[in-house]
Unconditional design. Structure first.
Length: 226
């Protein structure tokens, strides 16, 4: 190959292409063969073994351990408690809202308002006493007495559905006696178009997301019976 004299003077022009130069550097410039290679000797903070570390890692304040295994042990040993960079003071002492007993809880659980009781038993006892009736966020007005008109229509609705749950289509012989559900949740609206037979399992689902279930059941009833 032909090379300019100026390139030879600079120590260049040794390769016919960039590809050949890259291949030669990949094979030759490894470890100590790299002109930019520089290592310093360090002592592993976990096992005490001497090992070499590139100078760039020393300047970056890393390269304290000889292997990932030693690093894992070292971090677990030295970055605990107050030595951890994100240490915020450790567990907090909390007083149980039910029994008054003091106990230790994780800081983030206390600050987020999730840890208020020393045990599940205390939590259950407090909720049973303080989240009853109108104080319960799921309160819907208390128990409603069903009218005689509704009681008379229940068997008719079950027969209309063929003794099968309107949602899961399981027969009453497999689910037990079907419940009759008010689609709009108005216990005084006992029209046939507002009543549907559901198994107990599906009936429980309709206690939540009332807007969703009202829309779904209303559209389904219209498509079948209107």
């Amino acid at each position: 190959m032909k090379v300019k004299p100026s390139w030879i003077a600079k120590g260049e022009g040794r390769f016919c292409s960039i590809r050949c130069r890259s291949e030669w550097q990949r094979v030759t410039w490894k470890g100590a063969g790299n002109p930019r290679y520089s290592q310093v000797s360090r002592i592993c903070e976990t096992c005490g073994r001497s090992f070499g570390v590139p100078l760039s890692r020393v300047k970056a304040k890393v390269g304290r351990f000889c292997s990932n295994t030693c690093r894992g042990k070292g971090v677990g040993q030295f970055l605990r408690g107050s030595n951890a960079p994100k240490w915020a003071g450790g567990n907090l002492t909390v007083k149980c809202k039910e029994c008054g007993k003091e106990f230790q809880a994780r800081r983030y659980s206390v600050l987020s308002g999730r840890k208020k009781f020393c045990s599940r038993e205390c939590c259950s006892q407090w909720r049973s006493k303080n989240l009853r009736g109108e104080r319960n966020p799921l309160w819907r007005g208390g128990r409603v007495e069903y009218s005689q008109d509704f009681k008379e229509k229940r068997e008719t609705i079950r027969e209309r559905e063929g003794r099968r749950c309107f949602l899961c289509q399981r027969h009453e012989t497999a689910t037990g006696k079907l419940d009759v559900h008010h689609i709009d949740y108005d216990k005084n609206n006992n029209s046939a178009s507002n009543l549907v037979a559901l198994c107990h399992s599906c009936h429980v689902k309709t206690n939540g997301k009332r807007i969703f279930w009202t829309g779904l059941l209303s559209r389904s009833m219209e498509a079948i019976y209107v």
